[in-house]
Design a protein around this ligand. Structure first.
Ligand SMILES: *[C@@H]1O[C@H](CO)[C@@H](O)[C@H](O)[C@H]1NC(C)=O
Length: 473
């Protein structure tokens, strides 16, 4: 009985090995044939199934393509995308219109993938992580069957595709990670039986389900680690992502922080129109709960207390809250905020501006002195970078991206301020307003420091990180 079982297992293993070897053999000969006409060029495949989405991730993609074209004239670039209803020209046109990035279309081709539905979250109401990951392998398989590249770069974080490209067609793999698929925070939340959007109430309440979920997450983390390490170079978009990826993948020598390119050059050129009579503190952000607008109102309330003796100065101070509302709930929150400002008798010093056009925002940047940001643990904070580029003095929350990546408060290189609670914010605001600090120096430092997040800086660091993927680097 035992012998038979052993024999069956053994033959299954042999069968698997043999089919893997023959599949690999077939794919490699196919790769050779496909690339026979282009001996001197190097084929770079970029995996970005949603390349026509026009978001921040797509700016990274197009800047990366442009950088590759500039640096490697012998690179043939192929973009794997699931946007089957868009034409190559319309995709490149959109890149030009949305991001003002002109891609030379001579050496860029698109491979259209039909299996993108496998990676959509709604397909997997349960075990979403595993479902999407296996789904991405199906999509990756379609990609490598259609075009096996010499170098494979994933710009959307589908790590489960890396072993396919590495082991089946011997591609060199590079990754740009915006976000870890699973993090130690997620594990901790399940362990401590907290409810959250990815830990439902009935799971948190039930010890057996919690145990099952924890085991699932732990196994998944192990797999994620193994596939992630198949990449030869790993780029992460911020310190926050870097910390998480180092925790899970733990390969510091091939992990590089490459900030995504921010469009700041036009903001850096904005001229500042200081107006004597008003002192504008600007807040820019959607009316989402995590932005913590109430803290801004409390900070202004505390500022008034600090300014008790100086009524005239208080009357000149104005907090302008600019934000967009996406839905009913956002409008509801806005209404609550307006009520709160009345409740604190701040209505003469606080102004709300909803869904303002970009040109008006630019004018506000020009007339405002200070920028305020209150969100706890924001992963980055592009809005802060924008304000600093536009010449505002920033008071941001002492956590997350502002603390790790953006705002520097040590003497000599100070480019802004950090605060935690309302009194803290008020004291910083007061110091800036009554000019206890070197506002000119800080403003200049802030404008200069955002260069770290520019397109040029991205290009330089991206090319440095991927150079190991190219032959004789
Ligand atoms: C990195 O990507 C995540 C997820 O898209 C995003 O929340 C974060 O703001 C990004 N960081 C930067 C520096 O853009």
């Amino acid at each position: 009985m035992f012998i038979i079982l052993l024999w069956m297992v053994l033959s299954l293993v042999i069968l698997a090995v043999v089919s893997f070897i023959s599949l690999k053999h077939w794919l490699l000969s196919r790769k050779k044939k496909l690339h026979a006409t282009s001996e001197n060029s190097i084929n770079v495949g970029i995996f970005h199934p949603y390349c026509n989405a026009g978001g921040g991730g797509e700016r990274v993609l197009w800047c990366a393509v442009k950088a590759l074209q500039k640096r490697y004239s012998n690179a043939k670039i192929v973009i794997y995308t699931g946007d089957i209803d868009a034409s190559p020209n319309s995709i490149l046109e959109k890149a030009k219109n949305v991001f003002n990035i002109a891609i030379d279309n001579d050496n860029v081709r698109f491979v259209f993938l039909k299996q993108r539905h496998w990676i959509e979250a709604k397909k997997y109401p349960h075990f979403t992580l595993l479902g999407q990951s296996l789904g991405s392998m199906v999509l990756g398989l379609e990609a490598l069957l259609k075009f096996p590249p010499d170098i494979f770069i994933d710009t959307m974080g589908y790590a489960f595709t890396y072993p396919l490209f590495k082991y089946l067609v011997q591609s060199k793999v590079g990754a740009y990670v915006h976000y870890p698929v699973i993090s130690s925070d997620m594990l901790k939340r399940v362990q401590q039986r907290q409810m959250s959007h990815n830990n439902k109430k009935y799971v948190a309440r039930n010890p057996f389900l919690t145990w099952t979920k924890l085991t699932y997450y732990r196994l998944f983390s192990k797999m994620y680690k193994w596939v992630g390490r198949c990449a030869e170079t790993i780029m992460v978009n911020s310190s926050w992502t870097e910390n998480h990826i180092l925790q899970i993948w733990d390969v510091p020598f091939k992990t590089h922080r490459v900030y995504p390119p921010c469009e700041v050059s036009h903001l850096k050129k904005l001229e500042h129109l200081e107006k004597g009579e008003e002192f504008i503190i600007l807040s820019v952000g959607q009316f989402r709960p995590e932005k913590d607008h109430p803290l801004q109102l409390q900070a202004i309330y505390e500022l008034r207390t600090l300014l008790a003796q100086d009524e005239a100065l208080w009357n000149r101070i104005k907090l302008v809250i600019v934000g967009s509302c996406r839905n009913e709930e956002d409008y509801e929150r806005l209404k609550n905020m307006q009520d709160l400002s009345k409740h604190l008798s701040l209505e003469n010093n606080v102004q709300f501006k909803v869904n303002v056009p970009y040109d008006d925002l630019l004018k506000l940047y020009q007339t405002a002195h200070i920028g305020i940001h209150t969100m706890w643990n924001e992963h980055f904070g592009i809005g802060i970078v924008d304000c600093m580029a536009a010449g505002l003095i920033m008071v941001a929350h002492r956590s997350g991206g502002p603390l790790l990546d953006i705002v520097e408060t040590s003497e000599g290189s100070q480019n802004g301020f950090l605060a935690v609670d309302a009194v803290d914010y008020a004291e910083n605001l007061l110091n800036i307003i009554v000019n206890n600090v070197d506002t000119v120096g800080i403003r200049n430092a802030a404008r200069a420091s955002v260069e770290r997040f520019s397109e040029q800086e991205f290009e330089k660091n991206f090319l440095r990180a991927i150079s190991t993927l190219f032959p004789n680097a």
